[in-house]
Design a protein around this ligand. Sequence first.
Ligand code: FAD
Length: 244
Amino acid sequence: MWTSTVVEHHRLRHDIAVVRLIGEVVPFRAGQSVAVAVPQHREVTRRLSPALPPSLDGKLEFHVRALPAGFVSPGIVADTKPGDVWQVGDPAGEMRIDDSGRNVIMIAGGTGLAPLRALILNVSRRRNPPNVFLFFGGRSPRELYAADMLYLLSQRFDWLTVVPVIEQLLDPKWPDKWYERVKVNFGFTVDDVLQGTLADVVGAHGAFKDSQVLVCGSPAMTRSTVDRLVATGTPKENISYDPY
Ligand SMILES: Cc1cc2nc3c(=O)[nH]c(=O)nc-3n(C[C@H](O)[C@H](O)[C@H](O)COP(=O)(O)OP(=O)(O)OC[C@H]3O[C@@H](n4cnc5c(N)ncnc54)[C@H](O)[C@@H]3O)c2cc1C
């Protein structure tokens, strides 16, 4: 295990936080996950996916969703503070963008965005990045916690298209004070958004026969999306996924 120290903790939603750390260099590849032990629960590890590609100065960023009955994730979202020391190790996972130059279709549910964002930033270093189409999904608009950042990236990189996908156009009636506090202009307009589940939306695009397809999100989202891709003609061997 390597040691890393929290330098920033941004709570973006009642259940989502972005945590940034600096420490020893962890030898992971963009798209992989690592095992993390946090001070609240030293005795257990949970897998998290860095949202930045590896950097020589040991910077790490994680996007964490608190599961309602979770043992570790609620504490990370609510109680993390600068100076906390995390143990990080065991990089694993096969998601990558190959060198074929084929289009890349990325499908991210919630914090499943993290490893795909790392891959996007990593591929931006290539002289000729492939075309990347990122479908970023949530149940309602406020679940698209990184829409503003993705909008900026899509403006910066002409090879990147971001498609926000939401199941329902209206947010729940109960206020999320964390969202109200940071509420920023998403950048995307209502015309940019597709409505439905990620499985519905990517299934409706037909078969991705000559593309690499990367899927990341909750086990349920990953299962339903991969099943739908295969049912609508995308060859299994074109699909990589890393279910939570
Ligand atoms: C390869 C990999 C990468 C991951 N990357 C991230 C990441 O970048 N950010 C992040 O927030 N989480 C990520 N996870 C999920 C994370 O490792 C934990 O499983 C999650 O935070 C729950 O831990 P917990 O201790 O709070 O809940 P636990 O007490 O371990 O689990 C509570 C219950 O929730 C179920 N459960 C676990 N995950 C989910 C889920 N996503 N949706 C619905 N039910 C679930 C469990 O089966 C269990 O029944 C990743 C998991 C894997 C396997």
